[in-house]
Design a protein around this ligand. Structure first.
Ligand code: AMP
Ligand code: FE
Ligand code: FE
Ligand code: ZN
Length: 280
């Protein structure tokens, strides 16, 4: 058994700082055999990711991370091995991008009501190619000198329950799971302990969820064990990834901090009904 995988990576097509090619370069440098690009609500980085991975000899796994806002919680759903040209998937993601734009505008209105003026173009500049999100509003707040760090922007304004927080009205969990499955993909619940949604697993499993992300930089050993037990109980796959966003938040890149054993990669392909890849 050779190769290890990092199945949770962001690029500048969402709220990461690296290009897909840079993600591939770093995955190779970290000695990984496979990597999955899982940008928030977009598959636009995948063509570049695949081209770079083919050139570098890395197994590239197509992915996406869909966000679902429920009343008192946020569910992040990873979709692996999706047919990313799928028309229904693309149509849904386009709708989602429009909604993200409206949501960013609503957050700016809330900030303005508190006397904090941030123009939309500052948020757009922070996002670049990326799907507009709270991290970009946070970056614009930092740029304007309103806060000193991204974290302060979340803690004061943008985190759930803070004054500029605006929930999403996009998918329900059932719709997100169905969307991934209808595109031939494997739906996996992202960082369930960090999101505080491990208790939702029975309900989500009944909706067609196929796996749980046990290994994650936001999970300690006890968290990982709890997720693995839950996966066993519900006969779900186990996955893992670093959730690297590059250097966007002034962080040391997390890529490669999670090294998922190859057997889990093989199970993921089997669950999608696809032939096994060879480690890159
Ligand atoms: P959005 O998709 O616009 O709701 O933004 C979600 C992203 O914001 C997450 O993927 C994280 O990258 C970041 N984020 C969410 N909550 C926090 C928080 N409390 N502190 C720092 N970053 C956060
Ligand atoms: Fe993110
Ligand atoms: Fe997430
Ligand atoms: Zn993520």
């Amino acid at each position: 058994m050779t190769g290890a995988a990092d199945l949770h990576l962001h690029s500048h097509y969402s709220d990461g700082s690296f290009s897909p090619a840079e993600v591939v370069r770093r995955a190779k440098a970290a000695g990984l055999g496979a990597a999955a690009l899982t940008d928030h609500d977009t598959v636009d980085g995948l063509p570049e990711f695949f081209a770079a991975a083919a050139a570098a000899g890395l197994t590239a796994i197509p992915g996406v991370e869909l966000s679902v806002d429920e009343e008192d919680r946020e569910i992040h759903l990873l979709g692996y091995l999706i047919r990313w040209e799928d028309a229904a998937l693309r149509e849904a993601l386009t709708r989602f991008a429009a909604e993200r734009r409206a949501r960013a505008a609503a957050m700016l209105s809330r900030l303005q009501a508190m006397g904090v003026r941030i123009p939309m173009r500052a948020v757009e500049a922070a996002a670049g190619k990326g799907t507009l999100g709270r991290p970009h509003v946070a970056a614009a707040l930092m740029e304007a000198g309103v806060v000193r760090s991204m974290q302060e922007a979340f803690d004061r304004y943008l985190a759930r329950g803070k004054p500029a927080y605006v929930p999403r009205t996009g998918f329900t969990a059932a719709e997100a799971i169905a969307l991934v499955r209808e595109a031939g993909g494997v739906p996996v619940l992202a960082h369930p302990v960090r999101s505080g949604v491990l208790g939702e697993v029975p309900r989500l499993a009944a909706l067609g969820l196929m796996g749980l992300e046990a290994y994650h930089t936001g999970h300690d050993a006890a968290d990982t064990l709890a997720v693995c037990r839950m996966a066993e109980e519900h006969r779900l796959l186990v996955t893992g990834g670093s959730d690297c966003h590059g250097e966007f938040k002034g962080e040391t890149p997390l890529l490669g901090r999670v090294r998922l054993p190859w057997e889990h990669v093989l199970r993921l392909y089997a669950a999608a009904g696809q032939p096994p890849p060879s480690p890159g």
